[in-house]
Design a protein around this ligand. Structure first.
Ligand code: FES
Length: 116
């Protein structure tokens, strides 16, 4: 049995879009559709509520950590008060080099996207 989850119409996955589909945050970063697991490695915010920045990274809605959507690695640590804690950002970046966000595979069948 497939673990596939329907995402929605491919036509609605325009650049800059991020939505939730099952355990994944599915989005379009500079024309590339990606799927990463939804929970931020910092404090578990839902990355499906995040945004795609002009640099193509997925930004966490709570404290602004940024993720590379291809590798699932954090490329900027949590911001705000957390950015003042020495080595915290570096620690999370290192953590996600070992334990990146999980990545899903997105397929387009007849104009509908699915992720597994
Ligand atoms: S929960 Fe994502 S940066 Fe804090």
């Amino acid at each position: 049995m497939s673990n596939e989850t329907e995402v929605g119409p491919a036509s609605q996955m325009t650049p800059g879009t991020v939505i939730g589909a099952g355990k994944y945050a599915v989005g379009n970063s500079d024309g590339e559709v990606f799927a990463v697991t939804r929970r931020c490695r910092h404090l578990m915010a839902d990355l499906a509520e995040g945004t795609i920045d002009s640099d193509g990274c997925l930004t966490c809605p709570w404290h602004g950590a940024k993720y590379d959507t291809g590798s699932g690695r954090m490329v900027r640590g949590p911001q705000g008060i957390f950015a003042r804690i020495p080595f915290l950002g570096a620690a999370f970046k290192t953590l996600t080099h070992v334990l990146p966000l999980g990545r899903g595979r997105v397929t387009d069948r007849d104009g509908t996207l699915y992720v597994e």
